[in-house]
Write a protein that binds this ligand. Structure first.
Ligand SMILES: [Zn+2]
Length: 334
């Protein structure tokens, strides 16, 4: 259906025109000139190659939610250092590739189950959520839907409400429909305006209710476990673009930091308008998280004046003697 027009051998078309969008080297040409905002990506777990590829594909700004590191933290100092890195070193690292980096700060649902530690983290959170560039409390919500998860989810909703910050909700992989409904019920119970709450990791089963109740519906394009981007195209065709946004949630697992631009290319392939693509891959995230008062689009351009020899606390992204800006398209590695 999508790719039939690219029949090899068609007269008058270059080899390039004949490539379906699914052929990677050409996908960027289909979205040339477009700008993207990935509102959920864990760059701490990614490499400088990823940053370069994201910048090259048109990603101008990102949000990095605080999350689980893949294994449990054993002390509150690990949380403090992690939150500090999200507003410090990681933001600096992104800037070195011309990408504006924001974050959300919160106690993730999994580690809410270590109650002794969770208590200490709750005491720590107010000293981070008011910092510059923190655009929400997140990602918070349910994992196994335990009593402890609910307790710290509720406490953090109150914190967000008090700070006037948006909330970024992680919905569970298991029993997703019930967990999503419950997350929204509790948010409303705590007096949050659904328009300030971004419900993440939606699928075909949850989207209707999230939109009907006035929340933002975020979709994670993540290989094998969450959404594929062909399904995402169908969701936009069916539900439209209002309060819908797309992210990669790329992290330490098998994931794709280019999921947003790739999905944009696929949407274009399926005839979705540039304006609609811009809404779900850029504008809606800014409108939702911009309610923090922390997002200014002018900063996306300002961060482009990069100098990779800049330092952050005496450290740069360049290791001993490296020259700024390695040409990744060259076979030669100097
Ligand atoms: Zn995440």
């Amino acid at each position: 259906m999508c790719c039939n027009q690219y029949t090899p051998g068609t007269d008058g078309l270059s080899e390039r025109d004949l490539q379906p969008v699914s052929h990677l080297p050409f996908f960027k040409e289909r979205i040339a000139g477009m700008q993207f905002f990935d509102p959920h990506v864990h760059m701490t777990s990614r490499t400088t190659d990823d940053y370069q590829a994201m910048a090259d594909a048109g990603i101008v700004a990102i949000i990095e939610p605080a999350f689980w590191l893949g294994q449990p933290r054993t002390g509150v100092a690990s949380f403090r250092d992690y939150y500090s890195s999200l507003i410090g070193w990681e933001r600096f690292r992104a800037s070195q590739f011309g990408i504006k980096h924001y974050c959300t700060i919160g106690l993730n649902s999994r580690e809410a189950n270590n109650e002794a530690l969770a208590e200490e983290v709750m005491e720590l959170l107010p000293s981070f959520i008011y910092k510059e560039g923190v655009v929400g409390v997140g990602e918070i919500g349910f994992d196994d839907q335990t009593a402890a998860e609910e307790k710290y989810y509720r406490l953090q909703l109150d914190l967000a409400k008090e700070a006037g910050l948006p909330v970024q909700i992680h919905t569970p992989h298991r029993d997703k429909k019930r967990g999503t409904t419950r997350s929204m019920d509790i948010a409303i119970e705590h007096g949050l305006n659904p328009y300030t709450v971004i419900v993440d990791h939606n699928n075909e089963e949850t989207v209707q209710e999230v939109l009907d109740r006035g929340f933002w519906a975020a979709f994670t394009i993540y290989p094998f476990t969450k959404m594929g981007n062909e399904r995402m195209v169908q969701i936009v065709k069916q539900y439209g673009i209002e309060r819908i946004m797309i992210n990669s949630a790329a992290d330490w697992g098998i994931s794709d930091p280019l999921a947003v631009p790739k999905t944009a290319a696929l949407m274009k392939e399926y005839g979705i308008s540039d304006e609609a693509i811009r809404t779900v891959t850029y504008q809606n995230a800014i409108t939702a998280f911009g309610q923090s008062g922390q997002i200014d689009e002018k900063d996306f351009a300002a961060v482009k004046d990069i100098d990779q020899s800049q330092k952050f606390s005496g450290n740069t992204v360049l290791r001993g003697g490296q020259q700024p800006r390695v040409d990744k398209n060259s076979l030669i590695i100097r």
